[in-house]
Design a protein around this ligand. Sequence first.
Ligand code: SF4
Length: 450
Amino acid sequence: MASKRQIWVGGVPIGGGAPVAVQTMTKTETADLEATMEQIRTVAGAGADLVRVAVPRDKDVVALKTIVTESPIPVIADIHFNHTLALKAIDAGAHCIRLNPGNIGGRDKVAEVAVLANARNVPMRIGVNSGSLPKHLHALEREAPVEALVAAAVEFVELMEGLEFENFKVSIKSTNVPNTIAANRLLSEKVPYPLHLGITEAGTKWTGSLKSAVGLGTLLADGVGDTVRISLSTFHAEEEVKVAWEILKALGLRERGPVLIACPTCGRLQFDMDTVVAEIEQRLESYAEPIEVAVLGCAVNGIGEASHADFGITGARNEGLIFAHGKPLRKVPQDDLVDALFEEIDKSVGQGGRVDVEEAEAAEGAEWLAKIEQENAGELTPERIAAMEAAAVQATEDPTGPGSGDERADGDAAEAGDGAEPYFKPVKRGRVKLDEDASPTQGRRFTRTG
Ligand code: SF4
């Protein structure tokens, strides 16, 4: 469940049922104002709601004063060991202070920061990391690391409450995914404050994304967690933001930009799908609209499971089909498939989401598709096997119930934007160059050009 309490970091609500906020941390030297601002603008463009900057020196505080006024999103000052820097960061206008009460030099120093934060209405993130638990919890940590983490966090919560400071969120972070999950679950039952989720030192883009998706995804699916930061070993902080958004989108917690679905490919593949998918994914990055785009590696199954997508492509030897909302739009030469897809998307975006269907072209596409389906009617494709398994389960569970027919929403493309508030807004976009040689299926059945 969402936290009972809500705090505000600048204009962003955290907890209390607010949308899960995405945050990241700049990788630049904060004192390097130009580089830091560039990264902040980049992560804000990628969808960060909040950004944290490290403030280890006085010259970072000096930069912070400008950063907080120029940043398009609220700025959290990350402070360790030095409470005077926390005081200076509040003076500089930081929208939030990240502080570990265990390493700041004692209760009096924490109290000093709390008094000033209270006076200026600046929230804090207080938290514990598995690597820096207070000494008196080390024995417990060896026996029961989860309980030790939670005990430390609860002690800090009580410390802040004792200082009459309640404008905070709490984080428990560990490099260990199961411990992070267990500790946050336990903590969410013990305290009403918003929780910040993250996996410490998660790793590279690949491993870190997976660990974060498993750890944070599990918690978020349970309703635990109010703001997330994906920690990746990359200088490109926007990659952390993208991963966070993919997790939130996958769980249906927030919506942002397009969703790409693609078949896994198999031996029936009819084109260099991995490079095609990569190009489509990159080109979609410049769209803000929540368009769902499907890519099917062959037309053997028809549009099948992609019929709910707003747009899609499927290919056969030499030719391919553009479809929208489960219905063919037009057949195009294989080499033109991606550009033709984006022509249709752009047209729809430009007219508020409406999709125009040219009847003769659509009929030609439908006929082409039906022919391929018929020719391959006996093929046991992954999609057909999945559909057969689903039908068998449904029949076992409820032989008289629904499920015998196709009950998916028809999704009449022509009606997508009729009379409704447009949900597409045109944005600037450009062509993306890809390394075709990187594809192991390069040239397998055709070679794309352009
Ligand atoms: S049969 Fe399915 S998985 Fe295989 S290429 Fe065609 S659409 Fe993709």
